[in-house]
Design a protein around this ligand. Structure first.
Ligand SMILES: NC(=O)c1ccc[n+]([C@@H]2O[C@H](COP(=O)([O-])OP(=O)(O)OC[C@H]3O[C@@H](n4cnc5c(N)ncnc54)[C@H](O)[C@@H]3O)[C@@H](O)[C@H]2O)c1
Length: 379
């Protein structure tokens, strides 16, 4: 006869947190810490990358120290190539050697690569310590601020290893966008345009009407404060509405993959020469034209998507060096592939997503239909 003991682990938790959007928010962060935003912390570890370090990491460290906090800066080389288990382990060893314990708080300062890596570290260090995100890129503001996904890349695929770890607060510093290289900024706009295509027709029109207040046709960052604020806020709202309804990615969250079936494949076959947002931009064009072919959007609507991407200075054509076959083959490695069939999520007009008869937001599309489309749009 065996004995049984039931471990009851049901509990109600509140992971809610605030996202503050503004310019130069170090003062706000320090005030929050003084007012007890994070409890029982004796040491702060700022994690940043080599490019963000002199711009925002060191200035934040100075301010923390001046205000009597115990803090140190930990840096890794900038770039997606550093978002690995090895970098995480190296940072963990540094923290351990500096006696960081469970009474530590991680402050991630940087773009999405930093917040993903530092958030993953925070989620596992000492079985989990609190973290704050100080987002310095549009992409981190648009996409990485909501959802709690953290993680690192592996040689097999990106973001494969990680945990869900919600920060205690996110600061979106709009002033930091001014130091972003133009190409990085534009790349971040692709996820913003994706959000508009997916969920908000009036936000789409807002972007059509205000793009030149953010980035001029000549490629200068204009960054009108109120337009940037609206962009940051809308991105958070749209992503939150999706994630809140489907935290564990069972169906609705798939819509965030708009443009990503072809986009991710393009990013990989370009050998990561295309930035993520650039690849997603072309992926958005491919899904819009395919959606047009399948009758989910009109010609006028797919043209509006293409024009908006162009206005943002994003690429809308598949680079000549990438053949349709290369692209097609890579699409078969997409995480949505089921029973060997490539699946897409599609816009339903502008500002809504197509839901199919079985309730799913993704649908298989036959290879010959995709191939035919790729041939048509290359002309
Ligand atoms: N967790 C999520 O939900 C989520 C969502 C979307 C993207 N991501 C991840 O985000 C990453 C891409 O985001 P990203 O583009 O912010 O990456 P990033 O952190 O690599 O930043 C891009 C580049 O800009 C530099 N930089 C950052 N802020 C700067 C500033 N203010 N001024 C000058 N240079 C600056 C960085 O050093 C880097 O070289 C990817 O790793 C992606 O997987 C995560």
């Amino acid at each position: 006869m065996s004995q049984k003991f039931r471990v009851v682990l049901q509990k109600v938790v509140d992971y809610s947190y605030e996202i503050e959007i503004g310019e130069r928010l170090f003062g706000s962060l320090i005030k929050d810490l003084k007012q007890g935003l994070v409890l029982n912390v004796s040491k702060y570890a700022i994690i940043t990358d080599s490019k963000v370090k002199p711009l925002y990491g060191e200035p934040l460290l100075d301010q923390l120290l001046q205000n009597g906090f115990q803090a140190e800066l930990f840096t890794f080389p900038a770039g997606e190539g550093s978002k690995t288990r090895e970098t995480k382990a190296a940072l963990e060893d540094q923290l351990l050697s500096r006696s960081y314990g469970r009474d530590s708080c991680i402050i991630a300062v940087g773009g999405g690569a930093v917040t993903d890596l530092a958030g993953f570290l925070a989620g596992t260090y000492g079985r989990g310590v609190p973290s704050l995100n100080y987002a310095t890129t549009l992409l981190a503001a648009a996409d990485a601020s909501v959802g709690g996904k953290t993680g690192v890349n592996t040689p097999v695929a990106t973001n494969l290893i990680g945990v869900f770890h919600q920060p205690k607060k996110v600061y979106i510093d709009l002033a930091a966008w001014k130091t972003l290289p133009l190409r990085e900024f534009r790349s971040g706009l692709a996820e913003t345009i994706k959000h508009a295509c997916m969920a908000d027709a009036s936000f789409f029109s807002f972007l059509e009407n205000n793009m030149e207040k953010i980035v001029s046709e000549q490629g200068e960052l204009v960054l009108d404060r109120s337009v940037c604020e609206q962009i940051a806020l809308k991105n958070c709202e749209i992503k939150y509405n999706v994630v809140e309804q489907d935290e564990l990615e069972s169906n609705l969250r798939q819509i965030l993959n708009l443009g990503h079936t072809a986009g991710r494949a393009l990013e990989a076959v370009s050998g990561y020469e295309l930035l993520h947002g650039e690849a997603i931009s072309i992926g958005l064009v491919i899904q819009a034209k395919l959606a047009e072919k399948l009758g989910y959007v009109t010609t006028d609507q797919s043209q509006r998507v293409i024009e908006l991407l162009k206005k943002a200075g994003l690429p809308t054509e598949i680079p000549a060096a990438i053949t349709n076959r290369m692209l097609m083959d890579k699409m078969y490695t997409d995480k949505k592939v089921r029973s060997g069939r490539i699946r897409f999520v599609f816009q339903d007009g502008i500002g809504a997503m197509k839901q199919f008869e079985n309730g799913s937001y993704s649908t298989p599309v036959d290879e010959h239909v995709v191939m035919e489309l790729l041939e048509q749009i290359r002309i």
